[in-house]
Design a protein around this ligand. Structure first.
Ligand SMILES: NC(=O)c1ccc[n+]([C@@H]2O[C@H](COP(=O)([O-])OP(=O)(O)OC[C@H]3O[C@@H](n4cnc5c(N)ncnc54)[C@H](OP(=O)(O)O)[C@@H]3O)[C@@H](O)[C@H]2O)c1
Length: 269
């Protein structure tokens, strides 16, 4: 049987085995998918061992998404630009690294009907996840793409790094005062400590949408902020998680899992 796994530390909480089991059932694929805990210092040897054992593909989660890049035979352009790998595809020589987070994000916006083209888009945060979503966001042709962060230097660096792909306007949270956006994307980790980034007053245009990369309990502060802004629609990042998994599954199996709503609904249960 073809074997797949997600690697990380800790890993027991991972939803990936449940997601891929549902994709396999939906698409009549016979495969196994496990969660494997790997400590950072063991990563090079364990990756080699998993290749030798015949694994066909791996998902990579914290804390290995950056370190694994140096251990790949080849790395896709989008993973290089994202500065991280979340999917490994077996080749004869070793592992090919890819990053499907941005694709998962943009697929989820499409699933929800949250438009990007011609709209003013504000991204809050400038960490690893933002690096992964900027390329597909630029490709979706927003009227303006603003990145704002607590640490003001990070958006400047991102704007410079992504210049060849399009214009990103770097801002500080405070300087957003008085602006209005059609889509606000929360990509800060603030929700994990029960907080919302400190923002100045109303920022959402009438009819605007709000999307949080976080899900579960970490989604609550941004949801409350979005409601107070009068958002037309509000979504969490569970669909992005399922979307990035679907893109990995497609790369491994050549089959597109297309009933993502059913998988997301099962996870919410
Ligand atoms: N749905 C999915 O599939 C998916 C995938 C990847 C990530 N995520 C989620 O996306 C979020 C960001 O992940 P990441 O990997 O980018 O994390 P990261 O690299 O650690 O970056 C964290 C970001 O959050 C900001 N931040 C943290 N606490 C803050 C606070 N109290 N106020 C304002 N800003 C704060 C940081 O600002 P500074 O630079 O100023 O510190 C930084 O921009 C997490 O919630 C993660 O769970 C979801």
């Amino acid at each position: 049987m073809d074997r797949y796994a997600v690697i990380g530390q800790p890993i027991a909480h991972s939803r990936s085995p449940a997601i891929h089991a549902q994709f396999a059932r939906q698409t009549d694929q016979v495969l196994s998918y496990e969660a494997i805990e790997i400590a950072p210092d063991a990563l090079p040897a364990r990756l080699q061992a998993l290749h030798a054992a015949g694994y066909r593909g791996l998902n990579v989660t914290l804390p290995h998404k950056v370190a694994v890049m140096a251990l790949c035979e080849t790395v896709s352009g989008r993973a290089q630009r994202a500065g991280a790998v979340n999917t490994l595809i077996r080749t004869d020589q070793g592992w090919h690294g890819d990053n499907t987070d941005g694709e998962g994000f943009i697929r989820d916006l499409q699933r929800l009907g949250f438009g990007v083209a011609g709209r003013r888009v504000l991204v809050l945060g400038a960490g690893g996840a933002v690096r992964g979503i900027l390329e597909p966001l630029l490709a979706a042709a927003p009227a303006e793409l603003v990145v704002s962060n607590r640490n003001p230097w990070k958006p400047e660096a991102l704007a410079e790094a992504f210049k060849p792909l399009g214009t990103i306007v770097p801002r500080t949270h405070l300087s957003l005062k008085g602006d209005r956006y059609d889509l606000v994307v929360n990509a800060t980790a603030a929700g994990h400590s029960g907080r919302m980034a400190a923002l100045p007053g109303p920022l959402l245009a009438r009819g605007g949408d709000c999307y949080d990369l976080s899900y579960g309990a970490a989604f609550a502060p941004f949801r409350a902020w979005s409601e107070a802004q009068g958002a037309a629609r509000i979504a969490d990042g569970l669909g992005m998680l399922v979307g990035q998994a679907a893109a990995a599954f497609e790369a491994w199996r050549g089959v597109v899992p297309d009933r993502l709503d059913a998988v997301i609904a099962r996870l919410r249960e």
